[in-house]
Design a protein around this ligand. Structure first.
Ligand code: SF4
Ligand code: SF4
Length: 393
């Protein structure tokens, strides 16, 4: 494993961190036995940064249980997050932190983030509730070791937030598909200039830079180096940059851990050649031509009161451009249970708008769902489904 130094705390952090939002599931719940194998395998191979959040269902409990029962707490830096959007009064800060500590079976958090800080106004509103004093006090007591924020807003808001508090670190979405999206490369460099470790999330854009690449793009990578997978290319792009500290990956099998740890151990700042860089440009051009709706599949917009499977609809829509119309329709039919009474299709949207305020990618979900419906439920498909339903009855 390669390690990068957090200059603020002196911690030596693994270049690859485990994103714990998507632990292996079974029967709708986190599969603790499988998750344990993943976490222990990661630790064995040198991963020491584990990212979870109060709002990831079951994740803090699972991580806490695994570390506790294997006596691994001291081998892991735990990062978890305060659900800012649910904080309405000063007591909420203590309430959420206490619950996180209890779920994680620990008495301190190594890296504590304000979850999805959106802009300076929100931070100032929280500060008026006493947030800054509270953070300072928790740090002084040793309950929080490093204070940071995760971010999905605009670059300018990011730069304003950097100046608003003496942060110890930050976490941004960043990958080769758009180096200027959200905080972007400008935000990355500015944070690094301030001596802050930068944790990278969505390095694979919710898997789109693996499963969502057009065939020609995959071939371009393979022709350049057949030993590196598209995931490896995406991670290398980040590790090449000296400002990157930890790249989070939501690995949920031991095989993925092994593959990514092997890549991380070979990685180094400045590792890419000019020829490699040109490959990313060509791949990204093909990707942008086929990738229509920039949904990462995070699920923050769910549940929808009308049961629309929002990320499922968007994934199928993108697939219909990347892999062909028929494959997209098949994926749509499966992910929305289109012929059942509990279907979750785009057409069920009543445009209440509840989902949009939760979307970190700021997608116009209502408008995008209309596009999905037009493309994946055209009238011949609707007619065929009506017939299929009658036959099934
Ligand atoms: S706008 Fe549509 S998709 Fe979003 S929550 Fe409302 S009904 Fe669901
Ligand atoms: S629509 Fe937005 S919130 Fe919902 S899954 Fe996609 S990116 Fe996440």
């Amino acid at each position: 494993m390669q390690y990068r130094i957090d200059q603020k705390s002196g911690n030596s952090l693994s270049a690859l961190g485990l994103g714990c939002m998507r632990f292996p599931m079974s029967l709708g719940r986190i599969d603790l036995a499988k998750s344990e194998k993943v976490v222990l395998s990661a630790i064995e191979q040198g991963v020491n940064y584990f990212d979870t959040a109060y709002i990831y269902p079951g994740s803090e409990e699972a991580l806490g249980t695994i570390l506790d029962r294997n006596s691994m707490r001291k081998k892991a830096f735990i990062a978890t997050k305060l659900p800012l959007a649910s904080c309405h009064k000063a007591e909420d800060f203590d309430k959420f932190l206490s619950e996180s500590l209890s779920r994680l079976k620990t008495n301190y958090i190594d890296y504590y983030l304000l979850h999805s800080a959106s802009d300076l106004k929100q931070f100032n509103d929280m500060s008026a509730l006493g947030l800054q004093d509270w953070l300072n006090a928790k740090k002084k007591e040793g309950i929080i070791k490093s204070i940071g924020f995760s971010f999905h807003g605009t670059r300018d808001e990011f730069l304003s937030l950097l100046d608003a508090y003496p942060w110890d670190f930050c976490q941004i979405q960043y990958n080769y598909s758009d180096p200027n999206y959200q905080a972007g490369v400008t935000g990355l460099k500015k944070a690094a200039e301030l001596g802050m470790p930068v944790i990278i999330m969505e390095p694979l854009l919710g898997g789109k830079l693996v499963g969502g690449l057009p065939k020609k793009a995959v071939e371009l990578f393979a022709n350049a180096d057949s030993n590196i997978t598209p995931a490896g290319w995406a991670l290398d792009w980040l590790w090449d940059q000296p400002e990157t500290t930890v790249v989070l990956s939501g690995m949920n099998t031991v095989e993925q851990i092994q593959e990514n740890c092997a890549l991380a151990s070979k990685s180094a700042p400045g590792m890419l050649t000019p020829e490699n860089r040109e490959i990313y440009v060509q791949v990204n051009k093909l990707f942008q031509e086929s990738y229509k709706i920039h949904c990462t599949g995070c699920g923050y917009c769910m549940p929808c009161p009308k049961n629309v499977n929002i990320p499922g609809c968007f994934a199928a829509y993108n697939t219909s451009y990347v892999m062909g119309f028929v494959t997209g329709i098949q994926q749509y039919a499966t992910s929305t249970n289109i012929i059942s009474d509990r279907k979750s299709t785009a057409g069920l949207c009543v445009e209440c708008g509840k989902c949009e305020s939760h979307c970190p990618q700021k997608l116009q979900i209502r408008q995008e769902l209309k596009k999905v419906e037009r493309r994946l439920e055209p009238w011949p498909v609707k007619a065929a489904l009506a017939v299929a339903k009658r036959v099934m009855k």
